[in-house]
Design a protein around this ligand. Structure first.
Ligand code: NAD
Ligand code: SER
Length: 317
């Protein structure tokens, strides 16, 4: 019987991933934790506790007390926020992973999931169809911390046999919980503003292409990776996942198909430089080969769901 701990369960990914793994492993076997209160369905369906990942003793006691066998460590400081507090972001993003890897040497954890990002790539990486293996010289503190985290995850797998698994998520788009301070947040905000006021001022330029993915596909990819037999996984740093590549103008054109008077304007800020250093598109062939990564959503199908669900949410708020 797996007992699963989700750290960061109230966030954009955690609020959806927690519910998905509760469906699979049973509500009472999935312990949601965060420093913030999660959505009501998480509170209603299973255990939740306020727990700070910086409280290493508290997390270790929690893992031992509940006989946890798998951990999803989702708490992090994302790219935009990290640039405002570089040293703190490095410290947080690194310690919250390293301490867990160290702990896994003492208490038996069957698997650890820790997400990486397209931010591990930098200006010297190929920008189109960025391969699984290529030059990785990130120039953001977030990217540096993700790249170092990947190296540590692989190191603990090779040296201590700890079953670490990871995805390099692209920008994730979802309606349940708002995005948490990243460079791709515009792709969520645009739907809210389209419905609220039929206009959006984008903090990236019109032609800035980035890889994006609908949350349903990201959750499925995460579960598929975690369910894959260990022997089929050739990557213990982090797998490329592509989604689809899209720029703000293309988002706006698709939204206009539903809201014809929608208007977008552009006022790039400090996040433009971050986006310019990231890939425009990703080669995810290694994940497709190893564990059959696949997707259901593209821009039109995702936009339909986003406008419908964000519309319902705003109407009820
Ligand atoms: P988020 O900011 O929405 O959620 C993070 C959660 O962690 C929040 O609920 C926050 O309250 C919680 N948290 C913060 N400090 C904490 C602490 N000290 N102790 C416990 N919990 C704490 O982030 P997200 O978008 O859900 O991202 C989750 C992970 O996925 C991160 O590692 C992020 O880097 C990675 N990722 C996200 C995206 C994306 O587009 N969302 C893309 C690539 C990688
Ligand atoms: N969406 C994330 C960010 O912009 C990518 O890791 O920070």
């Amino acid at each position: 019987m797996e007992k699963i701990l989700v750290i960061g369960a109230a966030g954009q990914i955690g609020s959806e991933l927690t519910m998905e793994i509760r469906n699979t492993y049973g509500n009472s076997n999935v312990y949601a934790t965060d420093i913030n209160t999660p959505p009501q369905d998480i509170l209603d369906s299973g255990p939740f506790q306020i727990l700070d990942v910086k409280d290493e003793k508290g997390v270790a006691e929690f893992i031992q007390k509940h006989k946890i066998t798998q951990v999803y460590q989702l708490a992090a400081i994302l790219s935009g926020n990290a640039e405002k507090i570089p040293v703190k972001a490095w410290d947080f993003n690194m310690k919250s992973l390293l301490f867990l890897l160290e702990l896994a040497k003492e208490v038996k954890l069957n698997k650890i999931f820790w997400p990486s990002s397209i931010a591990v790539f930098g200006p010297t990486s190929p920008r189109e169809d960025t391969p699984q293996y290529c030059t990785t010289e990130p120039n953001t503190v977030y990217g540096i911390s993700k790249l170092a985290g990947e190296r540590w995850a692989e190191y603990y797998y090779n040296r201590y046999g700890i079953d670490t698994r990871s995805l390099r998520y692209p920008g994730l788009i979802s309606y349940k919980t708002e995005a948490g301070g990243g460079t791709t947040d515009y792709a969520v905000e645009i739907y809210y503003e389209a419905i609220k006021q039929a206009k959006y001022e984008c903090f990236l330029s019109a032609e800035t292409s980035l890889p994006m993915m609908f949350m349903q596909d990201a959750i499925k990819a995460t579960v598929d990776l975690m369910e894959a037999p260990s022997s089929s996984l050739s990557v213990r740093s982090s797998y490329n996942v592509a989604g689809f590549s899209i720029n703000p103008s293309q988002f706006a054109a698709e939204i206009k198909n539903h809201i014809p008077d929608f208007e977008i304007s552009f006022k790039p800020d400090f996040r433009q430089k971050i986006a310019d250093s990231w890939p425009a598109s990703i080669d995810d062939s290694v994940a497709r080969r190893d564990w059959n990564l696949n997707y259901k959503y593209d821009l039109p199908t995702m936009t339909e769901v986003m406008l419908r669900e964000v519309g319902k949410k705003l109407a009820n708020s």
